[in-house]
Design a protein around this ligand. Structure first.
Ligand SMILES: [Zn+2]
Ligand SMILES: [Zn+2]
Ligand SMILES: [Zn+2]
Length: 328
């Protein structure tokens, strides 16, 4: 596929190396540094007529031109004789998913029908990628705002399809196996959840986490124990589209300027969406620095209860009248 892609099957393509200190895989993607300068505002590759979109579209998925992982044969990552020396081609996939042909849109400004198309595309690409023999885990994510490294403003997210279950997802799965599903427990049992809930509808709830690592960190999850996005039915997909629009609209409106954000979706045990911002308030960047990187312990300067109260106060002003029926 995509034979004009410079990284596919190139000897200097991306590779995984095993970190001998942590025994976790690290992707070395140095080849990607050779990518050309990014296009200017009048030359957007995702607008209709641009480099990646010759035909009109509603939503669109395509391989990343400078992928961090590339398709290929399945590799047995556990059988290497000397893991400390291990270096293997970074098999998997990296895709771009464009949310709308409208260059000015964001997920928060999509109408329900368009947001639903994005949810359906996430499900479709997840199914297709998991059918490949070299893929074991599909991570859907979005970086929104220059501050978190988004280089093209046109609304889009990405997918990384990994040849192994990445450590964060693996850890969450292990905790659920050892202690029971924490999301079911939270939605069923926790009396303090109400104070941290910012949005709710028939099948989804959005709330700040009791032990949030990031200011304004949100978790969005279905009320039912549904493992993955492909398993959501028709109305659940509408509800996911709605709760995402509403939560991200609150992120846009809680301060004078939209909060930059990072969003990622964890399938596997109990489907959930994480959303975090790199700000601690309207103007102050929240850096993760030596004390946190060095210890693995996060120090969150904003209480999750205060963050929920601030986000709940916002009128999300969704694009259409067919919005959420109730706010938790
Ligand atoms: Zn554009
Ligand atoms: Zn659950
Ligand atoms: Zn998670």
């Amino acid at each position: 596929m995509n034979s004009d892609n410079p990284s596919f099957d190139h000897p200097d393509g991306p590779e995984f190396r095993l970190d001998s200190l942590t025994r976790q895989w690290v992707a070395i993607t140095a080849k990607r540094q050779t990518r050309p300068n990014l296009p200017g505002a009048d030359n957007c590759p995702f607008c209709v007529g641009g480099q990646e979109a010759s035909e009109p579209y509603d939503v669109k998925a395509f391989p990343n031109r400078w992928p961090a992982m590339v398709p290929g044969e399945r590799l047995d990552l556990d059988s290497s004789a000397s893991l400390e020396e291990a270096s293997v081609p970074a098999r998997g996939a990296a895709e771009v998913l464009v949310y709308s042909p409208d260059h000015q849109a964001t997920f928060a400004t999509l109408d329900r029908a368009q947001a639903r198309r994005v949810v359906d595309l996430w499900a479709e690409r997840t199914t297709a990628l998991l059918e490949r023999p070299e893929v074991e885990y599909v991570l859907i994510f979005e970086n929104n705002g220059a501050e978190v490294g988004a280089t093209i403003p046109h609304p889009h997210g990405q997918i990384y399809a990994f040849p192994f279950t990445p450590p964060v997802a693996e850890r969450e799965a292990q905790v659920a196996a050892d202690y029971g599903c924490p999301i079911c427990a939270e939605l069923r049992d926790r009396p303090d959840l109400q104070a941290r809930t910012i949005d709710a509808n028939g099948s989804f709830v959005a709330f700040t986490r009791r032990a949030a690592a990031w200011p304004f960190e949100l978790l969005i999850a279905p009320r039912e124990h549904i493992p993955s996005i492909e398993q959501l039915d028709d109305s659940e997909r509408d509800d996911l589209a709605d709760v995402l629009r509403s939560a991200l609209s609150r992120y846009r409106r809680v301060f004078d300027e939209p909060l930059p954000y990072m969003l990622w979706i964890h399938p596997g045990v109990h489907l959930h969406v994480h959303i975090v911002t790199t700000r601690r308030n309207a103007t102050t960047v929240r850096y993760v620095a030596a004390g946190e990187l060095g210890s693995g312990v996060m120090f969150n300067p904003v209480s999750p209860e205060d963050a929920a109260a601030a986000l709940r106060e916002v009128d999300p002003q969704l694009h259409t009248a067919e919005a959420l029926d109730s706010h938790g």
